[in-house]
Design a protein around this ligand. Structure first.
Ligand SMILES: Cc1ncc(C[n+]2csc(CCOP(=O)(O)OP(=O)(O)O)c2C)c(N)n1
Ligand SMILES: CC(=O)[C@@H](O)[C@H](O)COP(=O)(O)O
Ligand SMILES: [Mg+2]
Length: 631
């Protein structure tokens, strides 16, 4: 397929903002949506990004900006991974080539990027709460505008979405919740809600009302109101109210989310209704690009590809990622120990659990986007003598903090947390960075935190964690590491023990996790000692004190927030031992770190070998040998 530079996009190229879109005659919107889809596909093929969800929201985006007076009317996109069409129509078309790259457009809505991005999202299931806040603010301030939340069927499974529905259903405000139901999360959706939506869709008990509704929705508002009453009577007689009506919403749908002739009149009519409205829209993930329609999972977040060819499996022998190392360990340990159960909150692929599900279906639990539930559920399993492994991205564990404390740690339950995406993640940026887990975990009693330095240690420390009788988190980053060969043994490393990796003098670098590799390089130039600490909690205090007593200065290194992190733990331990020794803490600065190439971001944080060397030389230059000072 030719690139966007040479594909003629006569209509799309005239739309610099939604006001221009609203000037178009309705008859032209189909053409606009087609051009938008073409542009989107070509653009994401060049940058990589969340493709299939965006292909599925093209018509909905056109319809929303056409019918509503954005940005006066507020549209909040849940997760926000489906907002590329929205970005293209709201003045950012020409910057799509910079998507998810350093200094470029974010892959998610950002209030500082555009007034049309009404709320920052990326973690799911926040849209209804935020839109309700906006709707009630409008009511309080006497402003006449609509607030719209667009939420997917996957995101709707989270408790937070239901907390918001529960609150919204009794409020008299201009709130519209649009359920974008594509019958997919990242992987196939799970749970009873999904079954219920399928039932609604099957139309078995809703067909009559729906048909009445459909003709009504195309009519003028007064007619609509009349027919709505007929519809309600019909529903009252023959069908139970939907779940959403029980919550106090006026339920409308399901309607075809790719049919602008359904979407636009329906939305126009909804604008005249009073009270909270719930519109059920049915879309297809990957719509309009056959390969993505056939495999929406693979095209959920692909890298760059040629749209004419599609995704191609690389034949090069690649280093295994930490995720793969975890996935293999999980299967091996499950084969060895029947007590092991694996839990994922809707991240089967990302967390490396595809094979585990195939081999151990009875011990595999995808609980949906429900991190809080996942953690407490693990607690329950552990109470009964099972050994739960919760595979969860560091950033998403933030959701389940109280559950971690109250339901697991306080009861000292043996749950293993396989914390993937610890540290910087790259293209997803600040919302997804696993920057805070060491600080937020290490203050919890009973909790331990392992920080493997490479792939081999990752497997070993998972085994160590699994052998404990209390909660342990093993944190490892996105992608691959040093490429250290992983052994097939399930033997663990000693609990809470580090090791000296390089013996130097004057200065000792204490590395926590994968930054051990650049630390070794920096130490070579500086003549410094390097300690692979392995555990942020418990700290190997014996080793720490031994090193502290034999060096003049310490440097701590971690890919996580410096504030309150492993370096802080070292300071606390030194203080407790009454040792006064200068310590330089290297880690992520007290700022949100934007999207970009992870290696470049680490460099900007001074966490590559050169950066570490420079910081150490600057702070402790006087302690270095003259040759090292000059290097
Ligand atoms: C709290 C949280 N957990 C997990 C994720 C990862 N995640 C992003 S999109 C997604 C699936 C969302 O499904 P749905 O809302 O139906 O949108 P679709 O991808 O189908 O468009 C998941 C699990 C997240 N962003 N936030
Ligand atoms: C939107 C979202 O939360 C996920 O799709 C996320 O972007 C996946 O990240 P990984 O690519 O690291 O699995
Ligand atoms: Mg979905």
């Amino acid at each position: 397929m030719p690139s966007n530079d040479i594909i003629p996009l006569p209509l799309l190229s005239t739309i610099e903002d939604p006001a221009a879109l609203r000037q178009l005659p309705r008859a032209q919107l189909r053409t606009l949506a087609d051009e938008l889809r073409t542009y989107l596909l070509n653009s994401v093929a060049k940058t990589g990004g969340h493709l299939s969800s965006n292909l599925g929201t093209v018509e909905l985006t056109v319809a929303l900006h056409y019918v509503f007076n954005t940005p006066e009317d507020r549209v909040v996109w849940d997760v926000g991974h489906q907002t590329y069409p929205h970005k293209i129509l709201t003045g950012r078309r020409d910057r799509m080539h910079s998507l998810r790259q350093f200094g470029g457009l974010s892959g998610f809505p950002r209030r500082d990027e555009s007034p049309y991005d009404t709320f920052g999202t990326a973690h799911s299931s926040t849209s209804i709460s935020a839109a309700l806040g906006m709707a009630l603010a409008a009511r309080i301030k006497g402003e006449d505008r609509y607030s719209v939340a667009v939420i997917g069927d996957g995101a709707l499974t989270a408790g937070m979405a239901f907390e918001a529905l529960n609150n919204a259903g009794v409020e008299d405000c201009k709130l519209l919740v649009i359920l974008n139901d594509n019958d997919m999360s990242i992987s196939p959706p799970v749970g009873a809600l999904n079954r219920y939506l399928a039932q609604l869709m099957s139309g078995q008990f809703y067909a009559a009302a729906k048909n009445v509704g459909k003709s009504v929705l195309k009519g003028a508002p007064p007619l609509f109101a009349l027919a709505k009453r007929i519809e309600e009577q019909a529903k009252g007689m023959v069908v139970p109210a939907t779940l959403f009506e029980k919550f106090g919403f006026n339920y409308i749908g399901p309607i075809d989310g790719h049919d602008l002739d359904s979407l636009i009149p329906t939305l126009e009519n909804i604008k005249h209704l009073k009270g909270p409205q719930f519109l059920h829209v049915v879309t297809k993930k990957g719509q309009g690009y056959k390969l993505a329609e056939a495999d929406p999972v693979a095209y959920h977040g692909p890298g760059k590809f040629d749209p004419a060819v599609g995704l191609v499996k690389s034949t090069a022998v690649a280093k295994p990622t930490f995720t793969q190392v975890f996935g293999q360990w999980l299967c091996d340990m499950a084969a060895a120990d029947p007590r092991l159960v694996g839990i994922t909150p809707a991240m089967r692929e990302g967390s490396g659990m595809v094979e585990f599900e195939k081999r151990f279906p009875a011990r595999y639990f995808d609980v949906g986007i429900a991190e809080q539930h996942a953690v407490t559920f693990a607690g329950g399993l552990a109470c009964e003598g099972l050994k739960p492994v919760v595979a969860i991205y560091s950033t998403f564990l933030q959701r389940a903090y109280d559950q971690l404390i109250h339901d697991v740690a306080l009861q000292n339950l043996p749950v293993v947390f396989a914390l993937d995406r610890a540290g910087l993640v790259g293209a997803d940026g600040a919302t997804h960075a696993g920057a805070y887990d060491i600080p937020f975990l290490r203050c919890i009693p009973n909790m331990s935190i392992a920080c493997p330095a490479d792939e081999a240690e990752c497997r070993q420390l998972l085994s160590t964690a699994f052998a404990q009788n209390h909660p342990v988190a093993v944190r490892y980053p996105r992608g691959s590491g040093a490429g250290v060969a992983v052994q097939s043994s399930l033997e663990g490393l000693p609990f809470g023990k580090g090791e000296i990796r390089r013996q130097g003098q004057s200065i000792a670098i204490l590395a926590f996790g994968t930054l051990l590799q650049p630390a070794l390089v920096a130490a070579e130039a500086l003549g410094a000692t390097v300690v692979n600490m392995r555990w942020a909690k418990p700290l190997d205090t014996a080793l720490l004190l031994q090193v502290a007593n034999s060096h003049q200065a310490l440097v701590t290194v971690e890919e996580g927030a410096t504030m309150g992190g492993a370096g802080s733990a070292v300071l606390e331990a030194l203080q407790a031992a009454g040792l006064e020794l200068p310590v330089l803490q290297l880690g992520l600065a007290d700022e949100f770190i934007e999207h970009g190439d992870p290696a470049y971001l680490l460099q900007l944080q001074g966490l590559d070998a050169k950066g570490m060397q420079a910081s150490i030389a600057q702070r402790f230059g006087a302690l270095l040998a003259p040759a090292a000072r000059a290097a």
